[in-house]
Design a protein around this ligand. Structure first.
Ligand code: 4AD
Length: 462
């Protein structure tokens, strides 16, 4: 058995058995005695030459594109590449070819059309040729085909690396992974819309809009540092390029010794390490995304910029963008601030801290020196929010007061509130939207491209 991606000069002369997808077949001679087959496994492709038998060449040419085949043959130095393949030094000279699974002769979208590079489009346009473009809905309706394209394969490999690194980074800093319930009895994140569903015994359940309350209860219980990678449900009515109804949250919660910047230290330590890792170890995947969806490499600083909310507002004001000083930033203002920060500090990644208390959820700790502000922060990547975090209120009296001020029915969060009555250390945490990180790191236009099976107000399948 051989993996296409592992074939190189050192494999020359080896006899191999490879199973892959026949993505294209070409006739190699007028008499059809020779054929070329392009074989794909994941993101790797190799050229196969069928020159031994006219019957085999004809069989290869008759196979519907995307059929899964076995080839048995010898690895040789690549003689004449017909098209771009990822394995560029060698080819397989085929002795035997079997079809394992035949694709339908006509697919709803062609993988070739769905995976064309920006350069192919540009060249075709320059020659007055209009290549077909595959729309987003068509792609999402046919994931089993859309996923086969190099850029999409790459996006989910990058997504995996981000999640993997998150677990690794936090585990190595004494955080433990936990799993909080997704079926809960009430809302878990004030301000975000909630999905309700019928539970047992006449009860109504909510789908958790975040692990917020439970991760804090884990801290109350003495777990000290916890994280969770889990599904988050928001009954968003916003049909935007950055909202989903179901997404993956990477959350953490930790005890704080002195200052909530200890939480920011974890956030920026993780991201600086993550960016370095992606740039160094995911080059092939990033290039594949870039070929189809060109993007500028991300700019970031080794010491992440931390800007106070007031400084941010001031920058916006000076640039002529008026913002409510004690409110929240809207999408436009966030984008504008991202642009101003890039111009001034040469970074696409920064932390904005000390938000007005009024813009934050009830559990957020007010600033000791000025309670109109809060010990909280958001993190921005290319001008969009990817994280929100804060110190939480651990004092039961203050928490009860904030619950009342927000008009929250305290019976709905009884056990959460009770957890703070038995002695709780100061603590804080954050929540990262995984699909937003993927979207913005890869410079994609739409968050749906970073979700295998996106859920939005219009889409509940496949
Ligand atoms: O800002 P949010 O709502 O904060 C919380 O859930 C807090 N409990 C987190 C905390 O520990 N303080 O959501 C956190 C992140 C956002 O910054 C964003 O990246 C992402 O989750 N997010 C969404 N991603 C996709 N679709 C949506 N509808 C999202 N809503 C939030």
């Amino acid at each position: 058995w051989a993996e296409i991606g592992h074939l190189d000069r050192a494999s020359v002369g080896r006899s191999v058995l490879v199973r892959g997808t026949a993505q294209a077949a070409y006739c190699g001679s007028k008499t059809k005695k020779v054929a070329f087959l392009e074989l794909r496994q994941g993101m790797s492709t190799v050229q196969c030459v069928l020159a031994g038998s006219a019957q085999m060449a004809l069989f290869a040419l008759s196979l519907p594109k995307e059929s899964v085949v076995f080839v048995e043959g010898a690895v040789a130095l690549l003689d004449k590449p017909l098209r771009y393949t990822t394995v560029q030094e060698v080819e397989i000279q085929v002795r035997k070819l079997y079809c394992v699974s035949r694709a339908k002769p006509k697919l709803p979208i062609s993988v070739e059309d769905a995976g064309r590079s920006a350069e192919e489009f540009a060249m075709a346009e320059a020659n007055g040729v209009q290549l077909p473009r595959v729309g987003q809905d068509t792609r999402l309706n046919h994931p089993a085909i859309n996923l086969r394209t190099p850029a999409v394969q790459a996006i989910f490999r990058i997504k995996h690396q981000i999640e993997h690194k998150f677990r690794e980074y936090l585990s190595s800093r004494d955080f433990i992974g936990i799993h909080t319930p997704k079926l809960i009895s009430g809302s878990s994140e004030g301000g975000a819309a909630v999905f309700k569903l019928e539970y047992k015994n006449g009860k109504t359940a909510c789908l958790a809009q975040s692990p917020q309350l439970h991760k804090q209860m884990a801290i109350c219980g003495g777990l000290r540092r916890v994280f969770e990678v889990g599904h988050i449900f928001r009954a968003e009515d916003s049909n935007t390029h950055r909202h989903l109804c179901e997404f993956v949250g990477m959350d953490a919660e930790m005890e704080i010794m002195r200052h909530y910047f200890e939480v920011c230290d974890i956030v920026d330590g993780f991201f600086v390490e993550l960016f370095r890792h992606l740039n160094e170890n995911c080059r092939t995947a990033l290039e594949a995304v870039n070929r189809q969806y060109p993007f500028e490499p991300l700019k970031y600083l080794e010491n992440t910029l931390r800007l106070s909310y007031e400084e941010g507002i001031q920058m916006l004001k000076e640039a002529g963008t008026e913002v409510e000083p004690m409110g929240d930033l809207n999408t436009e203002a966030e984008r504008k601030l991202g642009q101003l920060v890039r111009e001034k500090y040469d970074t696409d990644f920064f932390i904005l801290y000390r938000y007005p208390l009024a813009a934050r959820p009830f559990y957020t700790m007010p600033c000791y020196e000025n309670p109109a502000y809060s010990n909280s922060f958001d993190v921005f990547l290319r001008g969009e929010e990817i994280i929100s975090g804060a110190q939480r209120i651990h004092e039961p009296e203050l928490l009860a007061k904030r619950v009342a001020e927000h008009g929250i029915d305290k019976s709905s969060i009884k056990s959460y509130l009770e957890s703070f009555s038995y002695g709780t250390p100061p603590h804080g945490g954050f929540g990262i939207g995984l699909e937003r990180v993927v979207k913005l790191f890869c410079g994609l236009d739409d968050i749906r491209m970073a979700s295998l099976f996106p859920r939005d107000p219009q889409r509940l399948s496949p």
